[in-house]
Design a protein around this ligand. Structure first.
Ligand SMILES: O=C(O)CCC(=O)C(=O)O
Ligand SMILES: [Fe+2]
Length: 233
């Protein structure tokens, strides 16, 4: 497979980026469906405590949980899933499809690991798909710290400060980023309404609630109960 080198890059760096993966037509169509869902004034789903403490401002939507299989053009795409097969060689399952919306003027997302790195073998694979361009004008760049999927726990510190060694990316419409859930990442402040989508997968045998507890630099947070389960300092 031509993509072998890129798969190696994934395991070396904790992520790999494919530009022009999906067509503009498909991305425009999906972007409109997502915008329609959120409407003009979406409500925060998270508690104020979470937003303040975590420095994360994003509104998630899980369409397939509502029986809305609108995004099969991504979810069932052969190449998309073949690359996943190559990354997760021992087999994998879909975890869920999550759309994310952040309002222009909001803070983005602080440094985090989607799940705890306590057990190296238990992780989620983010399959991020961008339905519109991220540019200097839109803000909302994704910041990734390469190789940190092998570095253990995100260190305690200022939730969204620049870290030496970080890489900043402005994905274009149709870009796909495969990103290991233990790899430290964040989203820069959002200047214009921002949409991203994530078709999360997990290695076979991974618990379904693997992403329920997220690691930030100042806490561990449990989404299902909206609880800070550990303060970190
Ligand atoms: O929206 C992004 O670019 C990244 C979102 C993120 O951190 C995630 O889906 O785990
Ligand atoms: Fe994340």
């Amino acid at each position: 497979m031509d993509e072998d080198l890129l798969i190696e890059e994934f395991w070396e760096n904790g992520f790999v980026i494919f530009e022009n993966f999906f067509s503009n037509e498909l991305m425009d169509k999906y972007n409109n469906i997502i915008l329609d869902h959120y409407g003009v004034n979406p409500d925060w789903e998270h508690t104020d405590e979470f937003i303040t403490k975590s420095a994360v401002e994003v509104i998630p939507w899980f369409p397939y949980r509502e029986g809305k299989s609108y995004f099969d053009g991504i979810d069932k795409n052969k190449r998309f899933n073949a690359i996943t097969d190559h990354i997760l060689k021992e087999g994998w399952n879909n975890l869920y499809c999550m759309m994310m919306f952040s309002k222009g003027g909001s803070i983005g997302q602080a440094w985090h690991q989607d799940c705890s790195p306590d057990d190296k073998m238990q992780y989620n694979l983010n399959r991020l798909v961008y339905t519109h361009d991220i540019t200097d004008e839109t803000g909302g760049e994704i910041v990734i710290f390469p190789k940190t999927h092998k570095a253990g726990m995100l260190p305690v510190g200022i939730p969204n400060e620049d870290l030496e060694g970080q890489l900043v990316f402005k994905p274009k419409k149709g870009t796909v980023i495969f990103l290991h859930g233990h790899c430290w990442h964040r989203v820069m402040p959002v200047k214009k309404d921002r949409i991203s989508s994530n078709f999360r997968a997990v290695p076979k045998g991974t618990p379904e609630d693997i992403t329920d507890i997220c690691v930030y630099r100042n806490m561990r947070y449990k989404f299902s109960t909206s609880e800070i389960i550990e303060e970190r300092s």
